[in-house]
Design a protein around this ligand. Structure first.
Ligand code: UD1
Length: 431
């Protein structure tokens, strides 16, 4: 497996262009199969999870043309299958969006689900509860969710817990149900709004996305459209936190600053300077970092997908910080890895107590999951000496050209595939 090898200690400087939101794109690609006409989707990030989703959609029989690296034209009219089960789709959580999309359009779907995930057990009971409420029969056979309905009928659905996935999945299924569906306690994340906007562009009638009550009036069919995906707030946040951790000064371009509010508020707490522009944000960290207290919450709260990156920044702040994880139960797996680099962090239940240190030292660490992997790269960029991050497979699931983009900001980082290449990198650095 590939690694990143990093020579840390260079403050990041410059500008970086942010790509489309992976988590919006995954759901939008699935939703696109509901139209019988060509749908063109722009600003799709070229990352592994997306490519797996596109492959799964092609396997259903949909026509998929890649117009360029970030644009796909998809036509669901040629779909002949309703079963999605391949070794890849089991690896991506978002496979479940094909359940909502296929059930909504064809009233049947069979989709393999991934097992437990690295960051927690991640049940999908709320998704299934929603499908059942709409009138579908749902069973699980050998890891495959099998769902069928004679017809779907709009309902009042209350989500016991705020769930991004359940909100979007139910929205898709209900968009072609008979009558009106109300989703209460809906997730308000920007990608929920993006998916609702996309469905509406195809002819759906969805109101209230972005609030906790979403009202959907079912329609009979969708038409083609062209749609551009919102910028990835987590990718943007990752670069801004890297600026903070390295004492740098970075501008992220092509972002919606409003989506970054909670993230930026914590960078301010940590003593960084933040400047917001129309579609860009600049973070500079000239002063020593200060301790802060962070709790992850559904949007507009602090995103759980930024939690590991936040800990890396606070690990270098003066004083004691706390990071409380309230969404997923197992999201501190990176702490052991970060400790190898000199961080002092004690985990008690869902709280990480972080005693700031002066600096991190390069070490060999391994990415436990996507965001934690990105956090370890940030730690490596800030650290003295050389850091090797193993298992970057996880990171590539959600970050496009991460090493290229960091290099553009002055980082010394390289993707390598063997011990020999690591040695070569080290020799190059010394000489
Ligand atoms: C999505 C994102 C993920 C992000 C998360 C929270 C994708 C592909 N993934 O995941 O990156 O970290 O939102 O912002 O978009 N829950 C249940 N039952 C359910 C569904 C969820 O109990 O049926 C629980 C989960 O275990 C978790 C909480 O609800 O504790 C929130 O999960 P959810 O918002 O659904 O996350 P995902 O959609 O899986």
């Amino acid at each position: 497996m590939d690694q990143y090898v990093i020579k840390g200690g260079t403050p990041l400087h410059g500008e970086v262009e942010i790509g489309g939101a992976k988590n919006a794109a995954l759901a939008i690609l699935a939703a696109a199969v509901m139209a019988d006409e060509p749908v063109t989707i722009e600003n799709i990030p070229n990352v592994r999870d997306i490519n797996v989703m596109i492959q799964a959609i092609e396997n259903l029989g949909a026509t998929v043309d890649r117009l360029d690296e970030h644009t796909v034209r998809l036509n669901g009219a040629t779909i002949i299958g309703f079963t999605v089960d391949n070794e890849y789709i089991r690896k991506i959580r978002a496979s479940y969006y094909l359940l909502g999309a296929l059930l909504g359009k064809y009233k049947k779907a069979e989709v393999a689900l991934p097992g437990g995930c690295a960051i927690g057990s991640r049940p999908i009971d709320l998704h299934l509860k929603g499908f059942r409420a709409l009138g579908a029969k749902v069973e699980i056979h050998q890891g495959i969710v099998v769902t069928r309905a004679d017809e779907l009928v709009g309902q009042h659905i209350y989500l016991d817990k705020v769930s991004v996935g359940a909100t979007m999945n139910i929205m898709m299924a209900a968009a072609m149900a008979d009558g009106k569906t109300t989703i209460e306690n809906a997730a308000k994340e920007p990608h929920v709004v993006d998916v609702a906007n996309f469905l509406n562009c195809m002819g759906a009638n969805i109101r209230g996305a972005g609030t906790d009550v979403i009202r959907i009036r079912g329609v009979e069919k969708f038409h083609g459209t062209t749609y551009s995906i919102i910028p990835d707030q987590i990718e943007a946040g990752t670069f801004l936190f890297a600026a903070a951790a390295t004492g740098g000064d970075v501008v992220v371009r092509n972002v919606i600053p409003k989506h970054l509010e909670a993230t930026l508020a914590k960078l301010l707490d940590a003593g960084c300077r933040v400047d917001e522009f129309d579609d860009a944000v600049r973070v500079s960290a000239r002063e020593p970092l200060k301790s802060a207290h962070v709790t992850t919450l559904p949007y507009p709260g602090f995103p759980t997908d930024m939690q590991p990156q936040m800990s890396v920044v606070l690990g270098l702040a003066g004083g004691t910080s706390t990071v409380t994880e309230s969404i997923f139960e197992n999201r501190f797996k990176y702490v052991d890895e970060l400790s190898k680099m000199g961080a002092t962090i004690k985990v008690e239940g869902n709280i990480a107590i972080i005693y700031g240190v002066d600096h991190y030292s390069g070490a060999r660490v391994s990415a436990p999951d996507l965001r934690a992997g990105a956090a370890l790269v940030i730690a490596g960029l800030a650290a003295d000496g050389i850091t090797i991050v193993d298992d970057i497979y996880y990171i590539e699931r959600g970050y496009e050209h991460l090493d290229d983009k960091f290099r553009q900001l002055g980082a010394v980082i390289q993707k390598v595939g063997s011990e020999k290449e690591i040695q070569k990198f080290k020799l190059k650095i010394v000489s």
